[in-house]
Design a protein around this ligand. Structure first.
Ligand SMILES: C[S@@+](CC[C@H](N)C(=O)[O-])C[C@H]1O[C@@H](n2cnc3c(N)ncnc32)[C@H](O)[C@@H]1O
Length: 457
């Protein structure tokens, strides 16, 4: 939800004092909830388009073109209200402390003039967030997924977002919309969907996976050739490097006079408390874009999570969602040794029958270690059966907020938890860690500055 365009949100009369409209408690039983907003999309993201349109009685009335009034049943109201109250509270700098990323570990903000950028396949905004820290002004973001778009808008409200299929977007319409000429855009960045190339998808035996999402790499290349940005940044899984479509893209960019470099980098070497090997491609129009140098120090899970309050009672829906597990799974989790233990430490009786049989995926039901980096935060990180996602010492998977912090999202980043923890975890797991994106962005800024600086002899 784009909070900056929300006019008023209140529980019954009287209106809260204008200067602190978010400080009153939400979700008090029996009170009516009233959301006044100028933007129909905000009403949709709060009440949901189905509910708004279905005449279910949840949305009570629509006031002309400009505002919406919602009378919600108590349960919906409480879920919704905590979500919004949290987001609002943090935006008003109330009780929530910033995470380590906003104070010490996050690369310091670059200085200098902001440079325009476009973010293709923008997801929930990880790449945009990092580019902003590197002083890029993302003018346009495109993503086809509604939940990703909702999350993106809630956090990146200054960016124009097209919720569209990129296959149907042309370079000409982008140039026309922003009155740019081919060659004038400083940076085109993007992260085409990578599930099709992912090593995880091939562990079960197949060597290649035919996934139509792989073709979107071609659309990234098509838009790059049409926009002719000064610099290009693309992130993907390492498996893409072995695909003919990647080779073809590199060849096409080189034929268009771009100096292309690519490498597989581990985000853990770039201020991210997580192993995350990713293919990074950079290209400069007639100049090379070197990669940033690796940091000497790894950031541990302990350091990343230490600023978070206890899960379950923090007031943050992304940290308080809890989990439902059968008694036998809970018992099994409690047996995994603290601080880095694995299911292979369990006796045969404690193992699940399927684990004894298949042997593979040794990390499932594993615990993170306090003093190591986390494993790759994938889209299934709230589920311990998907990897080493148990908390180092608590008998539970990490929360959505902990996953987001390990991905280096700032602690105040809003996630639409009313959609459920699994879809939100997918957004987070698919994101480019902002700290990683920031360092790539800064290297690009430097290369752009060097390329335009007049040569002195
Ligand atoms: C790897 S994620 C991008 C993550 C994002 N860069 C971030 O840092 O948060 C890929 C995104 O591509 C989007 N996507 C998939 N197919 C698309 C299409 N045809 N057009 C536009 N977006 C698409 C998905 O919805 C998903 O959000």
């Amino acid at each position: 939800m784009c909070l900056s365009t929300v006019d008023r949100f209140r529980c019954g009369p009287p209106l809260w004092p204008k200067r602190q409209p978010w400080s009153a408690p939400f979700g008090v039983a029996g009170e009516s909830l009233c959301l006044l907003t100028r933007d129909r999309r905000i009403a949709d993201s709060v009440v949901g388009p189905t509910q708004r349109d279905s005449g279910s009685g949840i949305l009570h009335g629509v006031w002309g073109e400009v505002s919406y009034q919602a009378h919600l049943p108590e349960t919906a109201r409480i879920a919704l209200a905590t979500d919004i109250a949290f987001s609002a509270a943090i935006r008003r700098r109330s009780s929530v402390r910033p995470g380590p990323w906003t104070v010490r570990d996050m690369p310091r903000k670059a200085t200098g003039q902001e440079l325009d950028a476009v973010d293709l396949f923008a997801g929930c905004g990880g790449l945009t967030q990092g580019l902003r820290l590197a002083r890029f002004r993302v003018r346009l973001a495109i993503d086809v997924d509604h939940l990703a778009a909702t999350c993106y808008r809630a956090n990146q409200d200054a960016v124009e977002l097209w919720e569209r299929d990129i296959v149907e977007v042309t370079a000409e319409e982008i140039l026309r919309r922003f009155r740019w000429k081919p060659g004038s855009l400083p940076l085109l960045a993007g992260c085409p969907p990578c599930q099709g190339f992912s090593a995880l998808r091939t562990l079960n035996g197949g060597r290649t996976v035919d996934d139509s999402r792989n073709d979107l790499v071609k659309d990234f290349c098509r838009l790059a050739l049409g926009l002719r940005p000064k610099a290009i940044l693309m992130e993907n899984v390492p498996g893409l490097a072995d695909d003919a479509r990647f080779e073809s893209m590199v060849a096409k960019l080189r034929a268009a006079s771009y100096v292309v470099r690519w490498a597989v980098l581990d985000a853990a070497d770039f201020n991210v408390p997580q192993r995350r090997r990713r293919l990074i491609l950079t290209a400069g129009a007639g100049f090379s874009v070197p990669f940033p140098s690796a940091r000497k120090r790894l950031l541990s899970v302990r350091r990343a999570l230490k600023a978070l309050p206890a899960a379950g009672d923090s007031g943050d829906p992304a940290h308080d969602h809890g989990e439902r597990r059968s008694a036998s799974v809970r018992r099994r989790i409690a047996c995994i040794p603290l601080d880095g233990g694995s299911r292979t430490d369990l006796s045969d009786e404690q193992q699940l029958a399927c684990h004894l049989k298949c042997g593979g995926f040794k990390d499932v039901y594993g615990r993170m270690s306090w003093d190591n980096v986390a494993p790759t935060i994938t889209s299934g990180f709230v589920n311990p059966s998907k990897g080493r996602f148990l908390h180092p010492v608590e008998h539970r998977a990490i929360t959505v907020r902990e996953g987001a912090v390990l991905q280096t999202f700032p602690q105040e980043y809003h996630f639409p938890m009313s959609a459920g923890k699994f879809p939100v975890a997918e957004l987070i797991g698919n994101a480019v860690p902002p700290a990683f994106a920031c360092l790539q962005g800064r290297a690009i800024r430097k290369a752009l500055a060097d390329a335009t600086r007049p040569h002195t002899s």
